[in-house]
Design a binder for this molecule. Structure first.
Ligand SMILES: [Mn+2]
Length: 471
């Protein structure tokens, strides 16, 4: 991959102007930010655009714009054969499209093919694009090849990987991501710690961290603020320091230890799986250069902020924050997040009211017009992680997509299911294609767009496909 990154870097450095086209989520926003800063440092002129999906009409637009060079980040590999003749480079980690040569086989052949299309993608090297490196990671490798000075951009690659849920069960980044993590630690922009994996450590009061916990669910505490307050008081944890709420990073080591061991006891006593207890503790990534007590202090929260910019189609606001704005654009980003959180609460309430229907090989719900297609994937993931439904079946969620004229489908699995053979990327792309739609993504999380009114047919195909994968 280093070799390939160097080649792409040489191509980019030979151009004057580069147009960046990136995916509009945390990984895509960090990818574009890495590319933007690297180009700026190299004295290039650069423009950026964020898109939800690289479809045929978008490719046609780009073709007609006649850019000197287009740099696709966090997308492009799935549309490789349609991009022939576009003067471009690609740094991506999604599954390459079916018409491209296979990712295994004769190494020389693969490398020579890759050399003609200038794409950097871990799948070409037998690496797992869902776990080992993200779009921001592949983009970082090219930035790093462009100049040693870009080593500090490794921080953004860490945010991208965390945002794309590449960490393993114990919170750790693995594979190529680990190398990037080492760069970032050497550079002093990231620190790794063993701590709790619960969300909101930097920006929420402790009782709110417990109340909002969803992965894992804390029995008797999740969703019940007064129980959370009582729990802390009973364990002699002061909630405030002077007049301010304490956050997790304000706690003493012993206080953290008390809370965690009490939580583990609670989870086990209520009969939840021991892996829930284990998943409470893991590796976390923090940024010493950011203000403690803000959302930018920890990778998980930083990436959440960027994802909410993406969902409201405000990729550029997220990018400004990545590039260092801590003022106007940070405030805008926070407003988007607040709105997003309200939306999610409403959506979860809706799913609870309609219920999740179980079939033999999967479970599903339909968000109709009540769940925006931009958040349907997140909602599906939250429902699967809620502790209220069976985690032994992957979940599929539908939502009407007016903008794209069809039905958006999102699916989420678990690591256990993937280990047993589940590959949602294949499920979504095959089943959608059969109905004249399109789909793809990762083995553990994938999406599709299918024609209206074909949901039942789609589910039939999905059942058969999963059966064939798991048997
Ligand atoms: Mn990505």
């Amino acid at each position: 991959m280093k070799e390939k990154a160097r080649l792409i870097s040489d191509i980019i450095l030979s151009k004057k102007r580069v147009h960046i086209v990136s995916h509009i989520d945390a990984d895509g926003i960090t990818s574009a930010s890495i590319a933007y800063r690297a180009l700026e440092r190299a004295g290039k002129e650069q423009t950026v655009e964020f898109i939800k999906q690289l479809d045929e009409s978008k490719i046609q637009d780009i073709r007609e714009q006649n850019h000197e060079m287009v740099w696709f980040t966090d997308l492009g590999s799935g549309q490789l054969s349609s991009l022939k003749g576009v003067n471009c480079v690609i740094t991506d980690h999604h599954e390459p499209d079916g018409d491209a040569p296979p990712s295994s086989g004769d190494r020389e052949n693969i490398l020579s093919y890759c050399n003609t299309i200038n794409e950097l993608n871990p799948h070409r090297y037998g690496l797992d694009g869902a776990k080992e490196i993200s779009g921001a990671g592949t983009t970082y490798l090219v930035a790093r090849a462009m100049s040693e000075e870009n080593k500090d951009l490794s921080k953004l690659a860490i945010i991208g990987a965390v945002g794309d849920l590449q960490t393993s069960e114990d919170g750790r980044l693995v594979g190529e991501n680990r190398q990037i993590l080492e760069d970032s630690i050497e550079e002093g922009v990231v620190e790794k710690r063993i701590d709790t994996t619960l969300y909101g450590l930097a920006s929420r009061p402790i009782q709110k961290v417990l109340e909002y916990a969803s992965d894992p669910v804390l029995p008797g505490l999740t969703g019940d603020e007064s129980n959370c307050v009582n729990f802390l008081v009973k364990n002699d944890i002061p909630l405030k320091k002077n007049d301010d709420w304490r956050n997790w990073h304000d706690l003493l080591k012993e206080e953290k230890r008390t809370i965690l061991s009490e939580l583990v006891k609670r989870i086990l006593k209520k009969g939840y799986p021991s892996e829930n207890a284990r998943s409470l503790i893991g590796e976390i990534y923090i940024f010493p250069g950011e203000e403690k007590g803000t959302m930018l202090y920890q990778a998980k929260e930083f990436s959440t902020l960027l994802n909410s910019c993406g969902r409201y189609e405000k990729g550029k606001i997220g990018m400004k924050v990545c590039l260092g704005d801590r003022d106007e654009y940070l405030e805008k980003a926070k407003k988007l997040l607040l709105g997003h959180q309200r939306t999610l609460v409403d959506c979860l309430d809706y799913v609870e009211s309609i219920g999740v229907e179980e079939r033999e090989y999967f479970q599903f719900f339909h968000g109709e017009d009540r769940i925006p297609d931009t958040v349907i994937g997140t909602v599906a993931g939250m429902v699967l992680g809620s502790g209220e439904i069976d985690r032994k079946l992957p979940i599929f969620a539908f939502a009407n997509s007016h903008e794209r004229d069809g039905i958006k489908v999102s699916s989420r699995g678990t690591k256990q299911l993937v280990d047993k053979g589940l590959d949602l990327s294949d499920v979504m792309s095959d089943c959608a294609k059969e109905l004249g739609g399109e789909g793809g993504g990762h083995d553990i999380a994938a999406g599709a767009l299918i024609p209206e009114g074909r949901e039942e047919e789609f589910l039939d195909l999905v059942g058969k496909k999963i059966q064939s994968q798991m048997d």
